[in-house]
Design a binder for this molecule. Structure first.
Ligand SMILES: [Zn+2]
Length: 466
């Protein structure tokens, strides 16, 4: 039995500003708890918030990128609630008049509607010792308190967990190109979802991080709800949390409505005019992944798959665009989309995290272009370099990975390989072509991939046909 499912998302994005939303404390991540704090972000009586203009600009940029309407002006409201992660007992957020509304993101030709984008402060981080259900103590780290957030609320337009995951991946890449968010910081995107089945009640699954986890959590929740319905049981309207370890959602509380929070106008902050800034920012929007793919296909005549791979990270796209100015287009496109991506994926790293300099990558590509090194040697260099960023010229000398491409140099290596592989020689003499490839492979192995395959084949032929 297939159930039609409806999913709407609330995506919380931590903005990448120097300082917090309402005070001058650093917004940079630190592992030492409660060090980036002041009276404002600790919510002490009498402290006054001051609005971070950079955060407002970033929120406008997000709105523009998501085809939203930008409000002429906006103001903040207090959302009252009592919980240790918000010491002043209210969160400064937007309710009546958010900064942006009515937008969309195109996903495989379908428009996912964006209902609103609002700015708000992140609460402190609560650390439950052990599992949340069993923890005897909870620790509070106020470093996160006051981090600027954009909450992006979609209409219930998703029909599967896979589609929601795809949306988040697209959104994340778009935010990265905008330069407003760091995907490498844990919890920099957190998702709440409203999931409902026909004849069921709306259930909220809160606070899921990681795109794979989103898909897992939503899939679990759909199965849970549909099996309740199948047994003729009722689904209750509630808020549930995701336990990644057990792979299940757990009931947190019965769902409150927005009215329960008793929103009131935040009198400590002025009404802000945003439309003028939006007009300015409109003309400075970056080129996004989709536009880049189209341009690469047109300008560099590279295939869609390659182009998609290059634009999958802004830093790779930047490095590629620098490299093609001096390196053959095909060599650089292959280098970035295949070789570099393969090495980065293997280490589960992004280029940004490695500290690799574009000029080093260009050095490697030049050596490939001049046939000084083989593909295999280039890959070995990269593997070392992503873990320990260094100049490939020095590494090349250290590791002795230069190409062996003269018959004189290859001949003794070939003879040595032939002496150990008499069976392959017999096969070759019996007309089995794969035995030649096997022997080439053995020479590659003996030289750590430094042997030129064409010359190697020639030398083996010569020796075997003697
Ligand atoms: Zn502060």
């Amino acid at each position: 039995m297939i159930f039609m499912v409806t999913i709407g998302l609330e995506v919380h994005v931590q903005l990448m500003t120097e300082t917090k939303l309402f005070c001058s404390c650093s917004n940079k991540f630190t592992t030492i708890p409660n060090t980036h704090v002041c009276e404002t972000c600790l919510g002490m009586p009498g402290s006054k918030p001051r609005l971070n203009k950079k955060a407002v600009e970033q929120a406008i940029k997000i709105g523009l990128a998501l085809n939203c309407k930008i409000n002429h002006e906006m103001f903040f409201s207090r959302k009252s609630y009592f919980y240790p992660d918000m010491s002043k007992n209210f969160q400064i957020t937007q309710y009546e008049m958010p900064i942006c509304f009515d937008g969309f993101l195109e996903l495989n030709g379908r428009k996912i509607r964006i209902r609103r984008i609002q700015m708000e402060e992140d609460p402190a981080r609560l650390i439950h010792e052990g599992a949340i259900e069993k923890a005897k103590n909870v620790l509070v780290d106020y470093n996160r308190s006051g981090t600027p957030l954009c909450e992006i609320v979609t209409e219930p337009d998703f029909t599967s967990p896979q589609e929601a995951r795809l949306f988040l991946q697209e959104l994340s890449l778009m935010l990265e190109y905008l330069g407003v968010y760091d995907p490498n910081t844990e919890g920099s995107i957190r998702v709440d979802a409203n999931i409902s089945l026909p004849k069921g009640k709306r259930v909220e699954v809160k606070n899921v991080s990681g795109f794979k986890e989103v898909e897992r959590a939503f899939s679990y929740e759909i199965i849970r709800q549909s099996s309740l319905l199948k047994r003729g049981q009722k689904i209750v309207m509630e808020t549930r949390g995701w336990n990644a370890e057990s792979g299940t959602t757990i009931s947190l509380r019965s769902k409150e409505t927005e009215d329960d929070y008793g929103y009131i106008f935040e009198t400590d902050l002025p009404t802000v005019e945003v439309s003028k800034k939006a007009m300015e920012l409109k003309y400075g929007m970056p080129e996004f992944a989709k536009q880049k793919v189209e341009r690469y296909e047109r300008e560099f005549r590279i295939g869609r798959e390659m182009a998609l791979s290059i634009v999958s990270e802004p830093d790779i796209a930047d490095a590629f665009e620098t490299a093609v100015k001096e390196i053959d287009t095909h060599i650089s496109a292959t280098f970035f989309s295949k070789m570099l991506k393969k090495v980065l994926n293997y280490e589960n790293l992004r280029l940004k995290q490695t500290g690799l300099e574009t000029k080093w990558l260009i050095t490697i590509m030049k050596k490939l272009e001049n046939k000084e090194i083989t593909d295999r040697a280039a890959e070995l260099l990269l593997r070392d370099m992503v873990l320990k960023p260094q100049d490939p010229e020095i590494l090349l000398k250290l590791r002795g990975l230069t190409r062996i491409d003269t018959e004189e140099a290859l001949d003794p290596i070939v003879l040595n390989v032939l002496s150990k592989n008499s069976l392959a020689i017999i096969d070759y003499k019996h007309g089995k072509p794969e035995s030649l490839e096997f022997l080439v492979g053995q020479v590659m192995r003996a030289t750590q991939g430094r042997a030129d395959p064409v010359i190697t084949r020639k030398v083996i032929h010569k020796r075997l046909d003697e």
